[in-house]
Design a protein around this ligand. Structure first.
Ligand code: SF4
Ligand code: SF4
Length: 128
């Protein structure tokens, strides 16, 4: 490399923006359609277990009797098969990616019980 080339590169780098980001002070902006992590809208889940059967790493567990859906975050490889296979469309993938941790936690979601219908409301419905 001759001296002219070297000087040109030094000057270019001196007056251009850095190629790196000042993380974490400047957080990362995710691109559209970044897969990130799996989220569930537990109220809409019917506990059919399809997501669990399709998961290539066995990261999802569905307990129909207990109405419990759980995921091992670090077992997930963000393939998106569970999202594609869910008949109720209650799974989605969204940023950010799971944060690093020392442990391998399993996140569990339990469907809340539905509120009992008031007696008078039941009667009104029966009359209709
Ligand atoms: S495929 Fe969808 S509806 Fe079925 S258990 Fe999984 S999240 Fe629930
Ligand atoms: S994205 Fe893939 S690896 Fe992750 S839970 Fe869904 S099916 Fe399993």
């Amino acid at each position: 490399m001759n001296m002219m080339n070297f000087t040109r590169i030094v000057l270019k780098n001196l007056f251009s923006k850095p190629a790196t980001r000042n993380y974490p002070a400047q957080p990362k902006e995710f691109f559209a359609r970044t897969r990130g992590h799996v989220e569930i809208e537990i109220q809409a889940c019917i506990f059919c277990g399809l997501c669990s059967k399709k998961c290539p790493t066995g990261a999802i567990t569905v307990e129909r009797g207990e109405k419990k859906w759980s995921i091992e975050r670090f077992g997930c490889i963000q393939c998106g098969y569970c999202v594609e296979s869910c008949p109720k469309k209650c799974l989605c993938m969204c940023p950010p990616y799971p944060q690093p941790e020392a442990q391998k936690p399993t996140e569990a979601y339990v469907q809340p019980e539905l509120e009992p219908i008031e007696k008078s409301e039941k009667l009104d419905r029966a009359e209709q």
